[in-house]
Design a protein around this ligand. Structure first.
Ligand SMILES: N[C@H](CCC[C@H](N)C(=O)O)C(=O)O
Length: 275
């Protein structure tokens, strides 16, 4: 039997497993089963708590999408990770450093039961997109069937394409999201964000996530969207991001600095499952 905790951050939901005190080796099929909303537990991502790689980190934070793909960043998951290790008594620290496959994250408990994550420094033209960026607009253009899509490319340790739209409620999230996620421009696929600028300190965002389809919220997607907006001169450094599942506060003071993300993290239930 495996003990797990079901958690969510703005409706982006997770199965979280302590892999330090439980010996587990999950296959891709088992991850897909656990993530399945009909035959398994159901989640957008599965998170493993492991021993750290680096001397200065307390844990390794591993992330698997619902399709079983392992990835290197998950913002909403990082907040739930902090809540999990605190509630399980695995850490008593107020500031927790974790290793992911791509970078270190610093997790801090904030006021009002919120968690702030230092999400690392964004990369604005991730190497994996073999395209020349138009210097002045810093935007890529790609033809998808009958429409031309313009997007900013931002890596938060995972790849994001950010498309600006006038009305996020009616944006072609499922059609364009699904096509662009798997487009040849992204050898490792990508998360596709649809951003509506409300004003210089507020955006609305929907994200079609790599390996999970549209989710109610995407933390790294919120960071990528704010970075893209600031880079294009459209946003100030502190932005309220309204996602379908709730609100995040994202702050970025500019190139070479980390992005800060603050939001809720909630435990839904504890469970056991036989694999
Ligand atoms: N689908 C993402 C991982 C989860 C990101 C999202 N849930 C977040 O809160 O950042 C990827 O494949 O890079």
């Amino acid at each position: 039997m495996i003990n797990f905790t079901k958690m969510q951050g703005l409706g982006n939901d997770f199965v979280v497993i302590d892999a330090i005190n439980q010996q587990i080796q999950l296959t891709t099929a088992q991850i897909r089963f656990l993530a399945d909303r009909h035959f398994g537990v159901g989640c957008d991502q599965l998170l493993l708590v492991e021993r750290p790689i680096s001397d200065n980190a307390e844990f390794k934070y591993r992330i698997f999408n619902a399709d079983g793909s392992e990835v290197a960043q998950c913002g909403n998951g990082a907040r739930c990770f902090a809540r999990f290790v605190r509630d399980k008594g695995l850490s008593k620290k107020d500031e927790i450093i974790v290793d992911t496959d791509a970078r270190q994250l610093t997790l801090r408990f904030a006021a009002g039961d919120l968690v702030t994550v230092e999400m690392g420094v964004p990369a604005l033209e991730p190497k994996q997109i073999p395209l020349n960026v138009s210097e002045q607009s810093k935007l890529y253009k790609v033809k998808l069937a009958e429409t031309e899509v313009e997007f900013a490319a931002v890596s938060m340790g995972n790849p994001h394409a950010v498309i600006r739209v006038d009305d996020v409620a009616n944006a072609p999230v499922l059609s364009i999201g699904a096509r662009l996620e798997c487009h040849e421009l992204f050898p490792e696929r990508a998360n596709i964000g649809f951003m509506q600028i409300v004003n210089r300190r507020q955006i609305k965002l929907r994200v079609y996530e790599r390996g999970a389809a549209e989710t109610l919220a995407c933390g790294s997607g919120a960071c990528a969207a704010v970075v893209a907006g600031i880079e294009q001169g459209l946003l100030d450094q502190d932005v309220q991001v309204q996602l379908p599942g709730g609100e995040l506060i994202i702050s970025w003071i500019g190139s070479g600095h980390p992005v800060l993300m603050t939001g809720a993290a909630t435990t839904v239930f504890e469970g056991q499952i036989k694999l």
